[in-house]
Design a protein around this ligand. Sequence first.
Ligand code: SF4
Length: 946
Amino acid sequence: MANSQPSVDLSPQVSDEIRQTTCYMCACRCGINVHMKEGPDGKKQVAYIEGNRDHPVNKGVLCAKGSAGIMQINAPSRLRAPLKRIGPRGSGAFEEISWDEALELATSWLKPIREEAPEKLAFFTGRDQSQSFTSFWAQGFGTPNYAAHGGFCSVNMAAAGIYTMGGAFWEFGQPDWDRTKLFMIFGVAEDHDSNPIKIGLGKLKARGAKVIGVNPIRSGYNAIADEWVGITPGTDGLFILALVHCLIKAGRIDLDYLSRFTNAPVLINGDPKSPEFGLLLRDEDGKMLVIDRVSGKPTAFDAAGVKPDLAGSLRKAGITHRPVFQHMAERYLSDDCAPEAVAERVGISAGRIRHIAGELARVAFDEAFEIDRPWTDFRGERHEKMVGRPVSFHSMRGISAHSNGFQTCRALHVLQIILGSVEVPGGFRFKPPYPKPPEAHPKPHSKVTPGGPLDGPHLGFVHGPDDLVLKPDGSPARIDKAFTWENPMSSHGLMHMVISNAHAGDPYKIDTLFMYMANMSWNSSMNTGGVMDMLTDTDENGDYVIPHIIYSDAYSSEMVAYADLVFPDTTYLERHDCISLLDRPICEADAAADAIRWPVVEPDRDVRGFQSVLCDLGARLGLPNFVNEDGSQKWAGYGDYIVNHERKPGIGPLAGFRGPEGDKVGRGEVNPDQLDRYIENGGFFVEHIPEGADFYKPWNKAYQDWAVKMGIYDSPQPYLFNLYVEPMRRFQLAAEGHGDRQPPEHLRDRIQATMDPLPIWYPPLEDEAVDLEEYPIHALTQRPMAMYHSWGTQNAWLRQLHGRNPLYLPTKIWREKGFAEGDWAQVTSTHGQITVPVALMAALNENTVWTWNAIGKRKGTWALDEEAPEATEGFLLNHLIHELLPARGDGMRWANSDPITGQAAWFDLRVKIEKAAAPAEAQPAFPPLKSPVGRGPENLAWKVGK
Ligand code: SF4
């Protein structure tokens, strides 16, 4: 019989052309192949998006968000033209205006304040990836009031990592996925570093490596963990320090590693009468001192041949100066840190804590291995082999977004270090440009000169009270009060305090609030309703308390309605971007890498990339570095800036294809064809670290030399890991009365208590401020894999995955309160109340409830129907969280932030729950906003190709 099966084309040609760029459906920055087809009008249209198999980040993997990017450029919620407010602020009534009109209006507001008082501009950006550029613009403007979103996201993780070991997770480093045998994650949201973690977990599962997930909620990565530890929120530090206790007590720590590569052997001044009590001892050259095991004498830590002694001490003038390690042992061997002492509070049995500590030690030491790869350390000692310790960790916002988060993140880094599993095979590895010691980062600058630029970068790392950003009278120099006694080490600023401080005129009033990609009147703020009131509040003359608000967004988000002037941004497929080594690059542990975005399609609306708008606005304002000598505009757009800007001679935003021939790497002259070379190369550039330079990076001579050649460092800068963070001790000393710069009286005790140079745990500040009998339940949010913040809301495909968000309750609360499927609950905090749908989830800490972040939407936004589930059943926990803690006995209210870094303490929230009659829609419900883009069609359909 003849074969009559139809012939099916299994690989139909889906496009005429592939354009390779970088995804921006989340902050992970995967490489994508955008398939294009010619449309009826002869213009290319996006037909399909797939992962780029050659790309270092995702190696072809694409997530649900990434493939849904096609719906982003078809989203009805895209803004279409610059908007000028014509109704009351907060109504959503706008008229479309020309770009020239919009930029002139902005110039008319900004020019006078730049001439008189540049600090009256507060310029804050959200989750964009162009912070080296936006900060450069703000520096040129001259305002000290600039930061991005790190302060309300994960600054605790980043700052603790940098202060402790010169880098942290995600963009800073990654596990050695190919060699790790035990991987432990703490509080990891599923959208951050999404594809690399999924690829890495796949590798671990294929090799039979073990994964332990520590998270009150067992979803996402925790759902596939071999062991799930459903910890009580806010107690991770206590748990980690109990692990440290067990490891030190059992002698299962890497003493050789500690003595060579950390400040464990460095001597601490032990003289309680000295103004330097608790600081590290140094020689005349300022070098930290250790006791040399061979000579028994105090010696500079980096002297050739020195063998630092963890057990030594220095006796001088009747005072004994002991090394950091001895202080650590004393503290962490104390019974307070024993598993039995913490088990009840953390919600993990003492036996289980001991078991996990035992597992960490067994894998780190009993499964240690060696690689035959000689290397030479910074003291000149040659090592024939590299020692692998196959234990690694990853963590993100879960442990970070607490008021004790900085110390908790520090504790986690200390745990990694005592196991000797940082920058070794099988452990945690830095990604260039990290590691970088804290001293290699700038200090914060705030000197304002009317009509001139700021005196240096806004953000940085402080090393003591002298680096605080205070005015001569001691008041905060920045609107967010970053780098003050309230939060001295706030390296990323405090974006979540900008609006409330500006509204209160504390520390001063501003004129213009200028924001980009930050949905501050909705899911990016605490106290959402209060923030809306602050943005619309008027003074006794009827003028807005915050006189001008400029906002840029690509979509009709909730924040748009609160602006006076809106710059419509492009989508990520219509713009230039650089994912730069100067910013948040796409490097791997084995390679330096960066990438671009470029307009794979032309916008079909009157919109412009925000960074290109800043080039134009910067020129209109005459900002230095934005105008030529003749006053003309210097950068035609962001693409022009990316290619032609040099931060230092030979160093620009992109490291690849530099020099006139495009053959220079890292350092090299400007190459006018650089963007074309990136496009030819798939949208990215990679330079691999030579073998032998690829581990032990902070101490490896070969890596240090390579980093200098690449332009990452100007000169080699090996350093020791800071188990003991000396700058914190300097703040404590000030609190004890030493030095000229003194904290206000009401903060002395808090600084003394929280800024311990060795990691400690203290209860989350909200636990201390509220009645825990009345508010016994922890309430959290998680971000789903399929939606990144509010960005996916307008996306017709992703909405189908997360169109509503119940509050998940654990079995204990579910039963105690008699909930049933379809019920609603009233959830109350000290600040507010919401009424929301609930669902049962068994794999959850028994005292914790949670929901997905940023699903709830305000009516009239995102071009959604007013009856869309996001607007009727979706909700935010933000209504329950205040940016200030309840009043203390003295009437003062502290920020709801980490007292060290100012990180927003989103996850400290305490609530109570009762069953409630189902309302018509989730409460609170706000009146609909008028939409500047109308409402999207019932069904979103379009045709690509002819
Ligand atoms: S993880 Fe997904 S959304 Fe994020 S950059 Fe990669 S493909 Fe895009």
